[in-house]
Design a protein around this ligand. Structure first.
Ligand code: NAP
Length: 239
C-alpha cells in the first residue's frame, strides 16, 4: 500500500460531471489518471493541473481496457491503490422501448467496458491490495424511463458482488449507487427532469460522499439525499 496522501488513482469518465468533481477533490493529495472519450485538446482547460489524461472510448470495451493499461505504462505505474470505474451514459427510452443502438451502446459503455477494465486492472490493484469501485446508480433497482440504463447498473451490482467475493483478501471491490445529481448526463440522455432538477444533489456533494465511501471500502453504498441529509458529505473517512 502506498502511503496515505500519495495514492495512485484511476477515475474513468473523469473529465465531466461526478468523475470530474471527484478528480478535483482528490487532485491535490493524490496522483490521478483520468479517462474519457473526448480528445485531450477538448478537455485541456477542464482537467485539474497535474492530473494525467488518456482517451479510452468504452464503446469498444476491450480497446478501452488496453488504452487504460497503456496509460498506466506511460506513467510508469505498476500498481494502483484505487480504480473508480465511473464513466457511463444513459438514454431516455420512449414508452419503455430503447432502440437497439441505445441498448448496445449503454451495455457496452456501462457494463462490458467496466468488466474488461476490471480484469485488466486487477494485477495493478492486487500489487497494492487496492480498491476497485464501480459506480452504479439508484436506478439499478429499475427505472421505467431508462430500462437499458437500469439493466446496465443492475449488471454492475451483480458483478461487484461476484468480484468482491472472488477477489476478497486481494482486491477490495465495492459498488456505489449515487442518487440524482446535477450533471449534463440527463440532457445528453434526452431526459428533461424539469423542476425536479432543483432537488438533484450537487456533483461536489455526491463526490464527497463517494470519496468517504471509497475510503470505507464498504459495499454497496448509496450516496443519495438521505445520506446527504445525515451529513454524509461532511463525515466519514478521508480518502
Ligand atoms: N448524474 C446522475 O444523476 C447520476 C446518478 C446516478 C449514477 N450516475 C452515474 O455516475 C457516473 C457519472 O455520471 P455523470 O452524471 O457524471 O455523467 P456525465 O456528466 O455525462 O459524465 C460522463 C462521463 O463518462 C464519460 N463517458 C461517456 N461515454 C464514454 C465512452 N464511450 N468512453 C469513455 N468515457 C465515456 C464522459 O466522457 P466524455 O465527456 O469524454 O464523453 C464523462 O467523463 C455514470 O456512471 C452515471 O451512470 C449519475
Amino acid at each position: 500500500m502506498i502511503g496515505a496522501g500519495s495514492r495512485r488513482i484511476v477515475i474513468t469518465g473523469g473529465n465531466a460531471g461526478i468523475g470530474l468533481a471527484l478528480a478535483r477533490k482528490l487532485a491535490d493529495r493524490h496522483r490521478l489518471l483520468i479517462t474519457g472519450r473526448k480528445q485531450p485538446g477538448d478537455v485541456a482547460g477542464v482537467i485539474p493541473s497535474g492530473v494525467s489524461y488518456v482517451v479510452a472510448d468504452q464503446s469498444d470495451p476491450e480497446a478501452s481496457a488496453h488504452a487504460l493499461v497503456a496509460g498506466l505504462g506511460d506513467l510508469g505505474w505498476d500498481a494502483l491503490d484505487n480504480a473508480v470505474l465511473n464513466a457511463g451514459v444513459g438514454y431516455a427510452a420512449l414508452d419503455g422501448f430503447d432502440t437497439t443502438d441505445a441498448i448496445r451502446e449503454t451495455l457496452d459503455i456501462n457494463l462490458a467496458a467496466a468488466i474488461a477494465q476490471a480484469h485488466a486492472l486487477y494485477p495493478f490493484l492486487e500489487r497494492s491490495r487496492g480498491t476497485l469501485t464501480f459506480v452504479g446508480s439508484v436506478a439499478h433497482r429499475g427505472s421505467a424511463a431508462i430500462p437499458a440504463y437500469a439493466a446496465s447498473k443492475a449488471g454492475l451490482h451483480g458483478l461487484a458482488r461476484a468480484l468482491r467475493s472472488e477477489w476478497g483478501g486481494r482486491v477490495a471491490v465495492q459498488i456505489l449507487h449515487p442518487g440524482p445529481t446535477r450533471t449534463d448526463m440527463h440532457e445528453k440522455a434526452g431526459y428533461d427532469p424539469g423542476r425536479l432538477r432543483a432537488l438533484f444533489l450537487d456533483a461536489d456533494d455526491t463526490a464527497k460522499m463517494m470519496a468517504a465511501a471509497i475510503a470505507s471500502r464498504r459495499s454497496p453504498v448509496t450516496t443519495s439525499w438521505l445520506r446527504y441529509l445525515v451529513g454524509g458529505a461532511f463525515t466519514g473517512r478521508r480518502l
